[in-house]
Design a protein around this ligand. Structure first.
Ligand code: ZN
Length: 220
């Protein structure tokens, strides 16, 4: 199963990705994690990525594509993967499909999580993250069991430094501008389903499974 998750920041892609990873036994490959890893290691691609991240912009296509395609070659991704945050643009999608076609591993499903911008802003403003294990919580919608402490690893939680309102709105604007052609691209290829992601987490998870079954005709 090779799955792509699309959706604006705040749509709950990360959470749904974890549900899918458990259900299908696949790794979630998030560009954010790859960037953090490469930046921490100080690789040339990592340094290029850091410049863009620091400006609040997306990392250039070719840098991102190289990092992700290298990651997909690793052994845990051979049987399938869940991509979160990639591709972001049509050229990235084309590069991915070329690489997968060359390896005889076509895409199975593209899931497009949709929420209104106002809800995305509201969710992101209230988001708190564990700097240790990267699990995210929400003061309003999904609080940790103990205020300010990560359920999973017990580390103190913090607000994301880039989650001020102006930055969030800018990220949403860029997201919509860059991703609309991508949604159309996958839709025309019969690979995409929209998922209404305004509902509670469990409901969205069920809708996601249905959409994958529909796209892959795998109802087992
Ligand atoms: Zn944690």
């Amino acid at each position: 199963m090779r799955i792509i998750l699309l959706g604006p920041p705040g749509a709950g892609k990360g959470t749904q990705g974890r549900h899918l990873a458990e259900r299908y036994g696949l790794p979630v490959i998030a560009t954010g994690d790859i960037f953090r890893e490469q930046i921490a290691k100080g690789t040339p691609l990592g340094l290029q990525a850091k410049e863009s991240v620091d400006r609040g912009e997306y990392v250039p296509d070719d840098v991102t594509t190289k990092m992700v395609l290298a990651r997909l070659e690793e052994p845990d991704a051979r049987e399938g993967f869940i991509l979160d945050g990639f591709p972001r643009t049509v050229p990235q999608a084309q590069a991915l499909e070329r690489a997968l076609a060359a390896a005889g591993r076509p895409l199975s499903a593209v899931l497009n999580f949709k929420i209104p911008d106002e809800l995305a802003v509201k969710r992101l403003m209230a988001r708190i993250v564990c700097p240790n294990c990267r699990r995210s919580y929400n003061k309003e919608f999904k609080p940790p069991r103990v205020a300010g402490i990560c359920d999973v690893c017990g580390h103190a939680l913090e607000s994301r430094s880039d989650d001020d309102e102006a930055t969030i709105r800018r990220r949403l604007e860029i997201y919509h501008r860059e991703t609309k052609p991508l949604v159309l691209y996958f839709w025309e290829r019969g690979l995409l389903r929209d998922i209404d992601a305004e509902a509670p987490e469990e409901v969205v998870a069920d809708r996601t499974i249905e959409a994958i079954a529909d796209l892959t005709e795998d109802y087992g």
